[in-house]
Design a protein around this ligand. Structure first.
Ligand code: G3I
Length: 317
């Protein structure tokens, strides 16, 4: 069974994957990526980020992002946009300018409005805000928060809504999948935004996990969010291990994939699942966490791992 087809048959909108421009030259990779029955949704892993799309203030470059949007559309795959405002992968002009509240507000409005507007009508959902919180639930100290306080969130969301009224607008973060201080901070933010009539449609749970270390209470936590009137999605799923992989680790990883997918399956407002690339060959994990990897449902030779069946079981197959 192919995973997007399965997810659809179980009432979800999509099962999808991140991808990135450099790996698109790998024709064996493309043969699986382009299968709309396997992946009904695509997220560009890097090419919509601020450094890629507005490297110089006011000058926009769409080459990398357009390539992935074109590919997804040719394959009949919907898109998640990633992302508008994030502390990381910022061009140096954003981090080195001496901003006032007024000039940074204008820069955010121009960036989000132009980026979201360029793809108007073509993106299912946008990660408008990415990773606003520290793990203890306090606000991340970055150029946006330090200049504007929490108002940067509203500024970006309103600019995105104006640029594409049909796109679902998300805030996306990690370590909010289970209950805890960071999840509570995100829940409080949703309530605050809703109460102020700021446009917010969804919360993305990145779900970068470690084998055997998934939090408990994921489904209950998901339900606390959907109860606030937002949809949710699993946006960057992978489950890494300390290498080398062993049959025991792969078996635990299969169980862990089932655990997270079944939590989404059990919650009506969880619309879909995206893996943060489908093959270990192109996973971000080994270059970030030395000695760790094997986080994806396909191995580096594009062979399905036990995790693949774990996903299918999670969707109820
Ligand atoms: O673009 C430069 C290139 O010019 C240079 O030659 C090359 C040399 O290393 O680096 C390239 O930049 C890399 C960039 O990916 C584009 O390939 C960076 O070094 C590398 O750090 C960067 O990693 C990305 C990472 O975000 C950065 O934080 C990963 O590919 C990407 O998968 C990852 O994705 C993030 C999500 O956006 C947010 N959530 C967490 C997730 C995983 O970290």
């Amino acid at each position: 069974v192919k995973l997007h087809t399965l997810a659809k048959s179980k009432g979800k909108l999509y099962f999808g994957t991140a991808t990135d421009n450099p790996e698109l030259t790998d024709t064996a990779y493309d043969a699986i990526l382009d299968d709309g029955a396997m992946f009904g949704q695509i997220t560009p892993g890097n090419s919509m980020k601020w450094d890629a799309t507005e490297p110089t203030q006011g000058t926009f470059t769409w080459t990398g992002a357009d390539q992935i949007v074109d590919l997804a559309q040719a394959n009949g795959q919907i898109l998640r946009g990633h992302n508008c405002v994030w502390y990381n992968q910022l061009p140096s002009w954003v981090t080195s300018t001496t901003w006032t509240a007024a000039t940074l507000t204008s820069a955010i409005q121009t960036h989000c409005g132009t980026l979201v507007g360029h793809y108007k009508g073509q993106i299912y959902s946008w990660d408008v805000i990415n990773e606003p919180f520290n793990d203890d639930g306090t606000w991340r100290s970055d150029v946006f928060y330090n200049t504007l306080g929490t108002t940067y969130v509203q500024i970006a969301l309103e600019a995105a809504r104006a640029a594409d009224p049909d796109a679902k607008l998300y805030i996306n973060d990690y370590n909010i999948e289970g209950p805890g201080a960071k999840a509570t901070a995100m829940l409080n933010l949703v309530q605050t935004l809703k109460a102020a009539s700021v446009p917010i449609d969804g919360i993305g749970f990145q779900s970068h996990f470690i084998v055997g270390e998934l939090p408990s209470g994921i489904q209950t936590n998901f339900e606390a969010f959907t109860a606030q009137g937002v949809e949710i999605a699993i946006t960057e799923l992978d489950i890494r291990m300390t290498l080398p992989s062993t049959p025991a680790l792969l078996a635990q990883q299969k169980k862990d994939y089932t655990t997270i997918i079944s939590a989404c399956q059990a919650v009506t407002g969880c619309v879909g699942v995206t893996v943060w690339d489908w093959t270990d060959k192109y996973s971000w994990v080994p270059s970030t966490f030395s000695g760790q990897g094997a986080a994806c449902p396909w191995d580096e030779n594009f062979i399905r791992k036990p995790a693949y069946d774990g996903i299918a079981i999670g969707f109820g197959n």
